[in-house]
Design a protein around this ligand. Sequence first.
Ligand SMILES: Cc1cc2nc3c(=O)[nH]c(=O)nc-3n(C[C@H](O)[C@H](O)[C@H](O)COP(=O)(O)OP(=O)(O)OC[C@H]3O[C@@H](n4cnc5c(N)ncnc54)[C@H](O)[C@@H]3O)c2cc1C
Length: 491
Amino acid sequence: MKIGIIGAGIAGVAAAARLSARGHQVEVFENNGYPGGKLSEFVQDGYRFDAGPSLFTMPQFVDAVFREAGENPQAHFQYEKVPVVCRYHWDDGTRLNAWAEPADFAAEVERILGVPAPTLLRFLENSRRKYELSGQIFLEKSLHKADTWLNKRVAKALLHIPEMDIFSSMNAVHERDLKHPKLVQLFNRFATYNGSNPYKAPGILTIIPHFEHGIGAFYPKGGMFSITNSLYELALRKGAVFHFNSPVSEIITENDVAKGLMAKGEQHSFDLIVSNMDIYHTYKKLLPHARHPERTLQQERSTSALIFYWGIRQQFPDLQLHNIFFSNDYLSEFEAMAAGQVCDDPTVYVNITSKYSPGDAPAGHEAWFVMVNVPANSGQDWDAMIERTRRNVLRKLSHNLGVDIGALIATEATLDPRSIEAKTASYQGALYGTSSNSQMAAFLRHPNFSSRIQNLYFAGGSVHPGGGIPLCLLSAKIVDELIFGRFDGLR
Ligand SMILES: Cc1cc2nc3c(=O)[nH]c(=O)nc-3n(C[C@H](O)[C@H](O)[C@H](O)COP(=O)(O)OP(=O)(O)OC[C@H]3O[C@@H](n4cnc5c(N)ncnc54)[C@H](O)[C@@H]3O)c2cc1C
C-alpha cells in the first residue's frame, strides 16, 4: 500500500517507521528542512540546545517502535534513568530534591516539609493504581472503536470510577491527600505536563506523577533530539522516503475518499493519508471544502510557552537537569493565563542538558533552557510581554541563586507562541493540542481517523490521546493498528 504522511513531527516519524516496517511504501512530506517538529535541536555560539521537549518519560514507547520493526532498541537509542527527577526552589529559601526513588523522595519531603513519608507514598501508590486501571483504555487504544469498549479492562475500570477522582479537580485531590501547600503546589504543576490548569483539570490527571516517580524520568544519550533522530533513521532503514521543505497544500479527495496530496504544486497519489499536522490546520488549510467537526476544532487550546535559551558563563553544581523555581501565588499564575496574560511572578523551569551532555556547552559553562508557561496566542502584545517576563525571570533566578544571572548570559535565543506556530503549524502555538481542563476533554479530542473521509488518519499531539512525546508515540501506534486491522490483518 502507498501511504503519504504529512509532517515529520515525532508522531509522523514514528508512524513512518511503523508503517514502512510493515512493508508499506511510505513517503513523508515535511514543511521544514529537518525532522522532529517541536522535538528538534539547534546550536548557537558553541552551545547545543534541544529546542522543545526536555523531559523524557515512558521510554518503553520509543523502544516499542524499534522492537515492532524487528530491531534491538539499545543498538540505536540509549538512555539513563535520572536519580533526581527535579530540584524545586521556593523564594523563601526552601529547596527540595524530588528523588526518583519514592522512598527517598518521601524521606526528603518529611525532612524538609514535615509531611509524614507514608502520606506521599500512599499518594504515589494511588497514582500508579489509577494509571494501571485507566491508562490502557484512555491512552493506548482508540476511544472511537467499539472493540475498545467491549474489553474486560473497561468493566474493571468502571467498577473503580469513584476512586479515579474524575469529578474533582487535581488541586482538590492534592489538597485532600497531601495538604501541605508546598506539596500541593509541587503536584499541581503536573497539570502543566499537558498544558492544563490544575484548578480545572480533572483529578484523574493525578496519574501523571506515576510517569515520573513510578516509571522514571530519563535522559537520552545525545539529548532529546536523539529520540527524533533514532526513529528517523529507523524509518529510513525500513525504506520510508522523506521530502523536506515540502509543504502540503491540499489533501485530495474524491467522493469522500482520500486519494493523495498536493505538495509544492505537484500531485502525489496514495492509498492512505496520515496527517501529523495540527488537526485544526489540517481541516482549515488542507481540507477547506470538507465538512469540519467544529465542536472538536473549537476546544480550548493547551497552554503555550516562552523559552529563553541562554548560554551561561558559569556552572551551578547544586542545580540538576530539571529545576523549578515556584511562583509565590500559583492560583494567580493560572488566573493570569486564563485571561491571556503572564503574571509578574511566574513559575520558572530551568533545564540544563550540559549536566548530562557536557559537550552542550564550552568548558566551565552551561546551556540553559529557561521556560515559563504562557497562554496560547490570541494576538497579545508578545514583544512587550516577553520583555517584561524576561526581567521577572532574571529577578527570580538571581534571587534564588544569589548571583546576577543576566550578567552571565553569553548567548541568547527565544521561542514564543508565535514562533512555535510558525515553525510547526500548531494552532495558536499550543504545545499539546487541546487542553485537558474538563472531564470530557479525552472524548472531545479528534479521533485518529476521519469518520467522513475514508482512508484518512491522524497522528500527533492535537488528536487522541493528546500531546507530549509518549502520547504522540501512542497516536502513531494506534494509527498503525487501525490500518493493520483494516488491511494487513485481513490478508
Ligand atoms: C517548548 C516545548 C516544550 C515541551 N516540553 C515537553 C516535554 O518536556 N516533554 C514532552 O513529552 N513533551 C513536551 N512538549 C510537547 C511535545 O514536543 C509535542 O507534544 C510533540 O513533540 C508534538 O509532536 P507532533 O508529532 O504532534 O508534531 P509537531 O512537533 O507539532 O510537528 C508537526 C510537523 O508537521 C509539519 N507540518 C505542519 N504542517 C505541514 C504541512 N502542511 N506540510 C508539511 N509539513 C507540515 C511541521 O513542520 C512539523 O514538523 C513540549 C513542546 C514544546 C514546544
